[in-house]
Design a protein around this ligand. Structure first.
Ligand code: C2E
Ligand code: CA
Ligand code: CA
Ligand code: CA
Length: 281
C-alpha cells in the first residue's frame, strides 16, 4: 500500500495528456501484477487441415486486474517489453504452459504447444539467454523438445542480427521449432526466411480477413502459401472465422488453421473438454 502514492504522480500537470497518465498507470499496475501473479493462460487450438484434428495449441496470456478487469495482451505486452517486465512474465508463461502441457500429456492428449516470445525476451535476459531458460524449463517439466515451438516476429530478425541468429540456432538445435508469426506485416526482407532457422510461417489474420472477399487479398494469400511451399515450410493460417476462409486456405494446401471458426482461446479446463468432445472438425 505504501507504493500506491508513487512520487511521479505529483509531477502531472494539466498539459500532460490522459494517454500518458494511462500509460504510467498501466505500467505501475503491471509491475504489481507481475509480483502478485494476476495472469493466466488461455490456449487456442490449431487444427490440421488435412485430418481436421487438433495438433497443437497456442498459449495466450491474460491479465485480470482486480479493478480494470481483463486487459488485452495487445495493450500490455508492448509495455512489458519496454520496461523489461517481459522477462519475468515470459518465464512465467513458459513454465505455466509447460506445466499444463505435461498434465495434458499425462491424460493422454499428446499435444504440442506454441509459446509467443517477444524480441526483447529472446535477446536480453539478464545475462541468461532465452535459450538457457527454455532448456532448463524443458528439463524441469520433463518435456521432449519436439512438443514445444516458439513464435517470433520479424522484428526480432532485424534487431540484432548476428546475436538473434545465434540464439535462434541454439534454440533450433535443442529441437524446438521456430515459427514466424504475423508473416507479412513487418519490414523484413524475404531473404530472412532462408537465413534464419524458421520452419513454419503463420499467415497474419489481416490477410485472411479479406481473402474471400477481395481478389487482390486472395492473390496475396495464394502467393504467400506458394512461396512457403517452395521453401518447404509449413503454413499456418490464423484468424479463420468462416467456412469460406477454411475452404479457400485448404484448397491452396495450407497445412494448419487457427481461428474462432474452430475455437476461441480456452482455459486449460475447457480445452480438455474440447479435446474430449472432439470428433473430426
Ligand atoms: P498473436 O500471437 O498474433 O495471437 C493471435 C491473436 O489473434 C490472439 O489474440 C488470438 O486470440 C486472436 N485470434 C485468434 N483467432 C482469431 C479469430 O478468428 N478472430 C479474431 N478476431 N481473433 C483471433 P490475443 O490473445 O488478444 O493476443 C494478442 C497478441 O498478444 C498476440 O498476437 C501476441 O502478439 C501477444 N501475446 C499473447 N500472449 C503472449 C505471450 O505469452 N507472450 C508474448 N510475448 N506475447 C503474447
Ligand atoms: Ca502468436
Ligand atoms: Ca499471429
Ligand atoms: Ca497477429
Amino acid at each position: 500500500a505504501k507504493r500506491d502514492g508513487r512520487a511521479h504522480f505529483q509531477y502531472f500537470s494539466p498539459e500532460m495528456n490522459v494517454e500518458m497518465l494511462e500509460r504510467m498507470q498501466l505500467e505501475q499496475r503491471l509491475r504489481k501484477a507481475v509480483k502478485k501473479s494476476e495472469f493466466y493462460l488461455e490456449y487456442q487450438p490449431v487444427v490440421d487441415m488435412t485430418h481436421g484434428t487438433v495438433s497443437s495449441v497456442e498459449a495466450l496470456i491474460r491479465w485480470r486486474d482486480p479493478e480494470f478487469g481483463i486487459i488485452s495482451p495487445a495493450l500490455f505486452i508492448p509495455i512489458a517489453e519496454e520496461t523489461g517486465l517481459i522477462e519475468p512474465l515470459g518465464e512465467w508463461v513458459l513454465n505455466q504452459a509447460l506445466a499444463d502441457l505435461s498434465s495434458w500429456h499425462a491424460q493422454g492428449h499428446m499435444l504440442k504447444i506454441a509459446i509467443n516470445v517477444s524480441g526483447r525476451q529472446c535477446i536480453n535476459s539478464n545475462g541468461l539467454s532465452f535459450y538457457q531458460v527454455l532448456e532448463e524449463a524443458l528439463l524441469r517439466h520433463k518435456i521432449a523438445a519436439h512438443y514445444v515451438h516458439i513464435e517470433i516476429t520479424e522484428s526480432l530478425l532485424i534487431e540484432d542480427k548476428p546475436y538473434s541468429l545465434e540464439i535462434l540456432q541454439s534454440i533450433r538445435n535443442l529441437g524446438v521449432d521456430i515459427y514466424l508469426d504475423d508473416f507479412g506485416t513487418g519490414y523484413s526482407a524475404l531473404s530472412y526466411l532462408n537465413q534464419f532457422p524458421i520452419s513454419v510461417i503463420k499467415i497474419d489474420k489481416s490477410f485472411i480477413d479479406n481473402a474471400t472477399v477481395s481478389q487482390s487479398d486472395a492473390k496475396l494469400v495464394k502467393a504467400i502459401v506458394m512461396m512457403g511451399q517452395s521453401l518447404e515450410m509449413t503454413l499456418v493460417a490464423e484468424g479463420i472465422e468462416t467456412e469460406e476462409q477454411w475452404d479457400f486456405l485448404q484448397s491452396l494446401g495450407c497445412n494448419y488453421a487457427q481461428g474462432y471458426l474452430m475455437s476461441k482461446p480456452l482455459s486449460s479446463e475447457n480445452l480438455l473438454t474440447f479435446l474430449e468432445n472432439e470428433t473430426a472438425i
